[in-house]
Design a protein around this ligand. Structure first.
Ligand code: SF4
Length: 259
């Protein structure tokens, strides 16, 4: 673990549905084999991906200053690491950031693979109208998950977190992705569980980055997989959006004036 001091907490997000990105940590212990976040990380984190995590030790102090002067908007927590990876149970930078953001009138969109998000249910419940939580579920197959995401919580723990959040009235969704051709095309079970729990699914096909152990997916292959997901969603009656469609959906859903 490495501690650093940062000058900024909120950065501009490259994702259309978010105004800002907030990443309390750099590097991610969950060590997913398809993760391209390493290519945006400092050298030591990149070279020892999954082993080295950088902690932004003064993050909360900087964030407190920024929320007082920045335009309110939607903050993605987090976008290049998992905000509830194991170190969060000790350092609580994600929890601290959520508290500051929500109490200052920002909206927060959380994405994680970890049921540790349930620890912060009190905070999420008291700002329900400003929060949504996505659990990434790449596959319902336990063994495949262990291969693809060796140190991440298993799919059942993630489904169970989705159920608990949804039952408590939190806007909850499942991120089905990345779908890697020939590997985790077993998405039917994920869609069926989403339908049972009445949560929407956002899906995405694998994005290639040089160095990752899977080949680039052709646009024809992407179209084929997207068609299959849509067909299966329609058959099951699940609500599904591709990642591209999702930002339009989010834009319509979120922006009733709140501040
Ligand atoms: S949980 Fe997310 S950030 Fe962490 S290794 Fe997996 S894909 Fe990368």
């Amino acid at each position: 673990m490495i501690e650093i001091k940062v000058k900024t907490a909120l950065s501009k997000s490259g994702l259309k549905e978010l105004d800002y990105a907030l990443n309390p940590y750099l590097g991610c212990r969950f060590s997913c084999v398809y993760c391209y976040a390493r290519y945006f990380s400092p050298t030591e984190v990149k070279e020892r991906w999954g082993e080295v995590v950088v902690v932004k030790s003064n993050l909360l102090e900087v964030l407190r200053r920024e929320v007082a002067i920045k335009r309110k908007g939607v903050v993605g927590v987090s976008t290049i690491t998992d905000p509830y990876q194991p170190i969060e149970s000790e350092r609580k930078l994600t929890r601290g950031s959520l508290k500051i953001l929500l109490e200052s009138g920002f909206r927060v969109s959380i994405q994680t693979k970890s049921p540790l998000v349930l620890r912060d249910l009190d905070l999420l419940l008291s700002h329900k109208e400003k929060v949504d939580v996505g659990l990434t579920i790449t596959t319902a197959n336990r063994d495949l998950s262990k291969t693809l995401e060796p140190l991440a919580p298993l799919p059942d723990a993630r489904f169970s977190a989705v159920q608990k959040l949804k039952t408590r009235g939190i806007d909850t969704w499942i991120f089905l992705g990345p779908i890697i051709p020939g590997l985790n095309e077993d998405f039917r079970q994920v869609l069926e569980r989403a339908k049972e729990m009445d949560v929407r699914v956002i899906y995405d096909v694998f994005n290639y980055y040089p160095g990752l152990p899977f080949p680039k997916v052709s646009s024809r292959e992407i179209a084929r997989i997207e068609e299959e997901v849509k067909r299966e969603c329609d058959r099951i009656g699940a609500t599904c959006h591709s990642e591209e469609e999702d930002w339009l959906y989010e834009k319509r859903r979120r922006f009733k004036p709140l501040f």
